[in-house]
Design a protein around this ligand. Structure first.
Ligand SMILES: [Zn+2]
Length: 537
């Protein structure tokens, strides 16, 4: 950068003071993303946000492209300050250039520069430059944006919009085979075979002429066959009729995220949402943390969608968790069946394969040191089983809106080894499928609540939330099982993101700030009472 440019940038209003800590006369560092200057100490925290959020340059040491210089000239600390203030972005600097109470640690930085108002300002600044020069100026850090041709972008949009309601007709044969195998397995799983053998032996050898015995023999064969047929038919109908597309907004969101380089779709397998920062030390800023083991950890979350729901429906919520907690979030695709018809062993292998692929191939810059598993609805059953199978490597599981009555609801396959896996269970207060007393009692037995040293499950209820509100989809056929949300989808997901991130980062405290109520699911009345008292606070 030449002297006149440097002088011009330094003389912009507010540029003599560090944007973040208000230190005067030491602004040698710049953010090309926001067009602001700051001190060397704050530059480290800017860098930690990652180039996707914030691109940092030294005014004197680094080389500058002409469009970057133009952006710095269009920006300025005061201009950015006023815009941030107007959109309520949390800042540590006050109007007069002094300091307010904000600690200004890396958490605050993350919140500040990933705030919606900050993102908008960044985009606005870019637009100004583009209008000025009439040439395409690009965010200096997102080189991926420029390299994509229109065809490539079209391809991304096409992949995100793969018609989810019609895709079933292609793999119809494997679906049917799988269904037959599953129903035979389930129905013949009952101990009828020894009985059948005994009866057959009696019929043929001992009483060859007994017609009553003959009748019983036929019944023993016929009942399981009819049973498998009916069960298979039920599953088949469910898989076809209950399929639910994601909102278009979710598909567009995913596409844009991929174009920005912040998400990767491995078609037919999973979607990865990348944190804004590659800095693996991002989680070590806990203030009252004396456990060295939780430091320097990059957390990953593998998320299993609800049955019949296209996994794209979870794009927004996954991205928000990733943004807020600097967590890698993998949303598993359950296509083509959209429910787990495979063995837990195979699903566990699949999860381990995903962890391996991310580390070696897909996202080597984001090495995950602690994996956690989560799931929504029936997906949470799979999540628990996979978490169990991968423990002690997996120490945490998140359950969103546990489900009605699947086959294994009461079985011990869902109870966890005590003192091995921490669980967060989030339920909407309007979720009719889990708010009946017997179902809640079941949950309490399977996942004992955290009280003293016994259980390890934290129960939280989202006031006004429902069963569908964890993803971007609406399931009209589910109306009988699911109540109506009394809060917006955004509000429910904000609470879910807050609680999930706090839990995964090991920061869940006894008092919740998200708006969720800390209550054991003993009865609907208890939940309502807790919500009322929360409102009155
Ligand atoms: Zn500073």
């Amino acid at each position: 950068m030449d002297r006149t440019d440097l002088k011009e940038i330094q003389s912009l209003p507010g540029n003599d003071q560090c944007f973040d800590c208000a230190e005067i006369g030491n602004t040698q560092w710049a953010s090309v993303s926001f067009g602001i200057l700051f001190c060397i100490e704050c530059s480290g925290k800017h860098r930690a946000l990652g180039v996707h959020v914030d691109f940092v340059r030294s005014l004197t040491l680094d080389s500058w492209k002409s469009e970057q210089v133009a952006l710095m000239k269009a920006g300025g600390n005061l201009k950015c300050f006023n815009s941030f203030k107007a959109s309520k972005v949390p800042m540590a600097v006050t109007d007069g250039g002094g300091r307010n109470g904000l600690v200004n640690d890396s958490n605050d930085f993350l919140e500040r520069y990933t705030h919606m108002g900050a993102t908008k300002y960044k985009e606005q600044l870019l637009k100004e430059i583009v209008q000025q020069s009439k040439s395409v100026i690009v965010d200096p850090d997102s080189s991926t944006t420029t390299q994509l041709s229109d065809e490539e972008k079209d391809g991304i949009y096409r992949s995100a919009r793969l018609d989810p309601t019609l895709a079933w007709h292609k793999p119809i044969l494997p679906v049917i085979t799988k269904l037959i195998a599953l129903s035979v397995q389930v129905v013949f799983g009952f101990p009828v075979f020894p009985l059948l053998l005994l009866l057959g032996f009696a019929r043929v050898v001992l009483y060859p002429a007994n017609t009553l015995l003959q009748g019983i023999c036929w019944l023993v064969i016929f009942i399981p066959l009819a049973g498998s047929f009916l069960f298979g038919r039920y599953l088949y109908k469910t898989i076809i009729n209950d399929r639910c597309p994601p909102f278009k907004s979710a598909q567009n969101f995913l596409s844009e995220r991929i174009i920005q380089g912040r998400a990767i779709r491995i078609e037919g397998k999973y979607d990865v949402f990348l944190p804004s920062s590659t800095d693996k030390n991002i989680h070590n800023d806990k203030k009252d943390d004396d456990d060295d083991n939780t430091k320097n950890k990059r957390i990953g979350l593998i998320l299993y969608p609800a049955p019949m729901i296209n996994h794209t429906a979870y794009s927004q919520i996954a991205a928000k968790i990733s943004d807020k907690g600097n967590i890698i979030v993998v949303v598993m695709s359950m296509e083509p069946f959209r429910m787990n018809l495979d063995s837990v062993e195979n699903e566990t292998k699949r999860a381990l394969q995903v962890m391996y692929e991310l580390l070696t191939d897909i996202a080597p810059n984001y090495p995950v040191s602690e994996w956690t598993i989560g799931g929504h609805s029936l997906g949470s059953h799979l999540a628990i089983k996979v978490a169990k199978a991968t423990s002690p490597g997996t120490s945490k599981a998140v359950i969103w809106g546990c489900i009605t009555r699947p086959l294994d609801y009461k079985s011990s396959t869902l109870s966890l080894p005590t003192n091995k896996i921490d669980v967060l269970l989030l339920i909407g207060s309007e979720d009719k499928s889990v708010n009946s007393v017997p179902e809640r009692n079941n949950l309490l037995t399977i996942l004992p609540p955290r009280e003293g040293s016994s259980g390890r499950t934290i129960y939280r209820t989202i006031p006004g939330g429902n069963h569908n509100g964890f993803g971007h989809y609406e399931r009209p056929k589910n109306q009988k099982k699911d109540g109506k949300r009394t809060i917006t989808l955004d509000e429910q997901q904000r609470i879910v993101v807050d609680e999930t991130v706090q839990f995964l980062l090991g920061r869940t405290s006894s008092t919740t700030s998200s708006g969720a109520v800390d209550v054991m699911p003993k009865s609907k009345a208890a939940v309502v009472g807790a919500i009322c008292s929360k409102k009155n606070e």
